[in-house]
Design a protein around this ligand. Structure first.
Ligand code: NOJ
Length: 967
């Protein structure tokens, strides 16, 4: 053990930041299924280049209604490959009711002589309903003639969507308005490796091949009367692979008992110019090509959740999470594909004059993908949420500032840190504890030498209105003196090795085991571990951080579990690897929810994620480096995660590794104040860098960033509410808000918070004295700090903003009303009755709208109608900004609900109207004059907007009212 730790620790603790160890992670050619399946594409490309025909060996037979379904929205087609006529597949097409026009396509090997079955449970974990509702037959028209099936469907009576299925060679096209949007098997790369016994020797194989080739044509003919597929050279689809049945890499051997079972999918998007998604990668948001002459990356995007040490800021290498979702976007249409696969997957992207092409290869599982029709990104967000659910409303504190470090080492230190924040007048909501709080890294068990009275500490923290988060990792120290280990072992819920004995490996805890959270037997037990009766030294002020859940196994292949490990149901780890982290996150979140009566909102941070993880809490992007290029690259990662649901996301502010200069730290705090999840964190070997430790002016700049976050918490809460109710991302990339503005499709270094109209761009270059911001709306844009006005312009344009170290681009797009709370508090829980400022940024037409959602920020009472949700509108009534600002209910809710009553006294203390051209003659509320100040606009090259500031208008934020501004 000592030897191993001695070998590993220097690697893990090194702060001298270098680069990722490429040799620890595989490239496609080093993993046998990827090598095999990707070479199909290479051969296809070669064939096309040589002018040789290349056609899919796959064809469909006549459709039958899917057995067991009563709806005329589900059909099953026999699917055969002319290469293996004895092997039968089924292809099932479902038209789903929810999400307006989603189609699901599944294919699996059937009637196989093999003892094996492909993993078919990804949908069970990713989707809210593993078998979503089928569309009612009335919405769907079906026609089948001569080897061609057409299914018309769609959200409305217009039947605007069509699935055109060509039976041989297989090709499925989703059309909208008669235009091809998604073409499945466009390049004939679809292939499913069937189960087979270990290879015959060469002579036998030649014989077998001859027989199969002869019968293949018969079979294809028998199945359908469609034109015969080209005779395919089998070697185009398969190649000898010494690793097909057992794969060695470095010192590890993957026993592969099922043999090869990979599959390959190709989707083309003829009307798309850009493709986004496939998180998590440190790549641009608009995914560049991985093949061809314009290839930006040499490797495909890899989805294989790993604990990657010192990852690169620009790379297609796998990171900690995986969502196999893409948005293919063009000026007219946006369409999505969600590929429900939890096994290792690599995706090639190529950009062609004819659109975007993708090729996906996965190691195991059934084929199960969904086509999300769009038509615009906002529709995709809703469609994706209809499948995978929306995020929960986070507790208020979770949207505020978190202070973490590896480690706060003692109880006294925890209290000291929060006292220092108070002394420095810096707000703070949450102090975090990394692994050193736990005796021998046995999570749950406090190290009493350093934390003698954890309950007392938690109570003291709570008394200040603050919370704590402690880490609970999935590796469990393998020692009989640890109750979590003995419980899990006795309950028989540990992940197993290929030989069915309990798997053990190395992690922070030394020799460790892992609970199999796919096993339902583990669920109640895990929930109990967090109950206050069992974990006596915890409290409702303590929340949880799930790290290392890819899972990270220090002595495993690619620092994770062997693929032939076994989970519940006999499934191999290879089948479920990318889903694994989400299972842990899910169960921990559940445990934190139910430990209180009545239940309170949970908060659990996870490093690993999969499609659907947004239902369970927040995510951060792992062990970033404290370097300018990491800071610069992160915005794109946040946006990419966000469009795939993983929108409660942030990075270690300051960078996990290294010691940022004061300038870099200031820029990171400014960026952090605009990350949905705002937490500072640092490696154990870094210098202390809590914001109160710095000299002026750094200290003030850091304080400003913190305070700005707190002032803008209402803006963030609105955005989180839209995420929880509509499935929208908390931060929006440009293409999603301006889907027709081609000039902005590749923009990934600035973003808007929800629908607030607030546009932010972090400054990410050392010494940057100015920054260029892209403005797309034909609206004036106002500097958030009222310093400047950028006139409306019919054409999108770049503007330059001065960015000395205390400044950065933060703009309000005209037409929006932004609610903020400007009182300085030490923590967000103390702000609940603070008054509001409403900033009305007048649009080009003199109008503006905005909203405010508020609830108690802590309980689940909001799900029972205890909230307020206001809509503010400024309507022009004459020239020079004359108009009425009014407040009304945004949605129907009972204005007498307990929360609305509790905050009935909360005021609007200030209204700022930006863009007012001339001094109003009066401002009145219910006929009574109220005080205001007017500042004239400055015209010319450095324009400043005219501004009306109304102080104490005497209105309540939750009430209906009207403020009349007369010209
Ligand atoms: C790895 C995590 O990414 C990091 O944030 C944490 O500090 C260490 N594990 C120790 O728990």
């Amino acid at each position: 053990m000592r030897l191993l730790l001695a070998a590993i620790l220097p690697l893990l603790l090194a702060v001298d930041v270098a680069a990722v160890k490429h040799e620890d992670f595989k490239e496609c050619h080093q993993t046998s299924f990827c090598r095999r399946l990707r070479s199909i594409a290479a051969r296809q490309e070669e064939a096309v280049a040589n002018g040789t025909a290349f056609a899919s060996p796959y064809s469909l037979g006549n459709p039958v209604a899917t057995p067991g379904t009563q709806s005329a929205a589900s059909w099953t087609f026999p699917l055969t490959s002319s290469l293996y006529p004895d092997i039968s597949f089924n292809l099932r097409v479902d038209v789903l009711a929810q999400g307006d026009g989603i189609v699901r396509i599944r294919a699996d090997e059937v009637d196989s002589a093999s003892q094996w079955k492909r993993y078919n449970e990804t949908a069970k974990w990713a989707l809210v309903d593993a078998e979503p509702n089928l569309a009612r037959s009335v919405d769907v028209q079906f026609a089948h003639v001569d080897g061609m099936t057409a299914i018309e469907y769609g959200p409305g009576p217009a039947q605007e969507l069509m699935l055109e299925i060509v039976h041989s060679p297989l090709k499925i096209t989703m059309k909208r308005d008669g235009m091809d949007q998604v073409v499945f098997n466009d390049r004939d790369l679809f292939h499913v490796e069937h189960y087979r016994a270990k290879q015959l020797d060469e002579g036998d194989e030649a014989e077998a091949e001859g027989t199969e080739a002869a019968s293949s044509e018969d079979a294809a003919q028998a199945v359908m009367q469609a034109p015969k597929a080209e005779k395919i050279d089998r070697s185009w689809f398969e190649e000898d692979d010494k690793d097909a049945f057992e794969e060695r890499w470095k010192k590890w051997t993957d026993t592969k008992p099922k043999g090869p079972e990979g599959f390959s999918l190709d989707f083309s998007f003829p009307n798309a110019d850009h493709i986004y998604g496939l998180p998590e990668h440190a790549s641009p948001l608009s995914l560049p090509s991985t093949k061809g002459e314009d290839a930006y990356y040499k490797e495909p995007y890899r989805l294989w959740n790993v604990d990657i040490f010192e990852y690169e800021a620009d790379s297609p290498m796998a990171l900690y999470g995986a969502v196999p979702l893409v948005h293919a976007h063009g000026k007219v249409n946006t369409v999505g594909v969600l590929n429900l696969v939890g096994s290792e997957t690599w995706v090639d992207v190529t950009h062609q004059p004819e659109g975007v092409r993708t090729h996906w290869v996965s190691e195991s599982g059934i084929v199960d993908f969904l086509i999300l029709p769009g038509r615009r990104p906002v529709d995709l967000f809703e469609q994706y949420a209809s499948l995978t659910g929306a995020a929960q409303m986070p507790p208020q504190f979770a949207t505020a500032y978190h202070q973490c470090r590896w480690n706060y080492n003692t109880q006294a230190e925890v209290i000291e840190v929060q006292d220092e924040f108070d002394k420095a007048d810096m707000p703070l909501d949450v102090t975090w504890l990394d692994i050193e709080y736990a005796e021998e890294h046995r999570y749950f068990d406090w190290d009493h030498k350093h934390f003698p009275e954890p309950k007392k500490m938690l109570d003291e923290v709570e008394a200040k209105g603050r919370k704590m988060v402690a880490i609970v990792d999935p590796h469990i120290k393998k020692t009989d003196s640890f109750r979590i280990y003995t419980d899990a072992r006795d309950l028989d819920v540990l992940v197993k090795k290929a030989d069915n004995s309990d798997f053990d490996g190395w992690c922070w805890t030394g020799s460790s085991v892992w609970v199999d959270f796919f096993n339902p037997k583990s669920w109640d037990w895990w929930t109990r571990m967090f109950s206050f009766n069992v974990w006596k030294e915890s409290s409702k002020a303590l929340f949880i951080w799930n790290d290392m859940n890819e899972p990270s196994v220090f002595d495993g292949p690619e620092i994770t579990m062997p693929k032939d490990n076994i989970h519940d149901g006999g499934w191999e780890h290879r089948d479920v690897h990318n889903i694994n982290g989400m299972m842990f996150h899910n169960q921990t979140q559940h445990a934190i929810t139910v430990r209180d009566t009545p239940e309170l909102r949970p908060f659990v941070l996870s490093r690993s994620f999969f499609a659907g993880s947004h239902r369970y809490g927040a995510v951060w992007i792992g062990d970033n480096l404290g370097t300018w290029d990491h800071l610069a690259g992160e915005t794109a990662v946040f946006l990419s995660n966000s469009i795939a649901g993983i929108s409660f996301v942030g990075s270690d502010v300051g960078g996990f590794f290294g010691n940022p200069t004061p300038e870099l730290l200031v820029r990171w705090y400014q960026a952090g104040a605009f990350m949905p999840f705002f937490r500072a964190h640092a490696h154990i070997d870094t210098k202390r860098r809590e914001p109160y430790l710095f000299e002026e002016p750094t200290r003030s700049y850091l304080r400003d960033a913190l305070r700005l976050r707190y002032a803008m918490l209402p803006v963030w809460y609105n955005a989180f509410h839209a995420a929880a109710t509509k499935g929208y991302p908390v931060i929006w990339p440009h293409y999603a808000l301006f889907p027709e503005d081609e000039g902005g499709f590749a923009i990934d270094d600035q973003y808007y918070i929800g629908d607030s109209g607030v546009l932010f761009k972090p400054v990410v270059a050392e010494g940057a004295q100015e920054s260029t911001v892209y403005l797309a709306a034909d609206q004036p844009y106002y500097d958030y700090f009222h310093r400047k006005l950028y006139y409306a312009s019919a054409k999108p344009r770049n503007i330059t903003i001065a960015t000395p170290l205390d400044q950065f681009p933060l703009l309000i797009e005209g037409g929006h009303i932004v609610p903020t709370r400007e009182r300085v508090r030490r923590t967000s829980s103390l702000m609940w009755q603070d008054p509001f400022t409403l900033t009305v940024a007048l649009g080009k037409d003199g109008s503006a709208t905005g909203q405010l959602y508020l609830d108690d920020g802590e309980t689940l009472a909001h799900t029972q109608g205890e909230f307020i949700h206001r809509r503010f509108s400024y309507t022009p009534t004459g020239k020079n900004g004359a108009g009425k600002l009014s407040s009304a209910a945004h949605v129907v809710y009972d204005g007498a609900n307990a929360w609305a009553q509790k905050i009935a006294h909360v005021k609007v203390e200030r209204i700022v109207i930006l863009g007012h051209e001339a001094a109003p003659s009066s401002v009145t509320v219910a006929g009574e004059a109220v005080q205001f100040e007017y500042t004239k606009p400055v015209k010319g090259r450095e324009p400043v907007p005219g501004k009306v500031v109304i102080k104490n208008p005497g209105i309540k934020v939750g009430a209906d009212w009207e403020v009349v501004v007369a010209a």
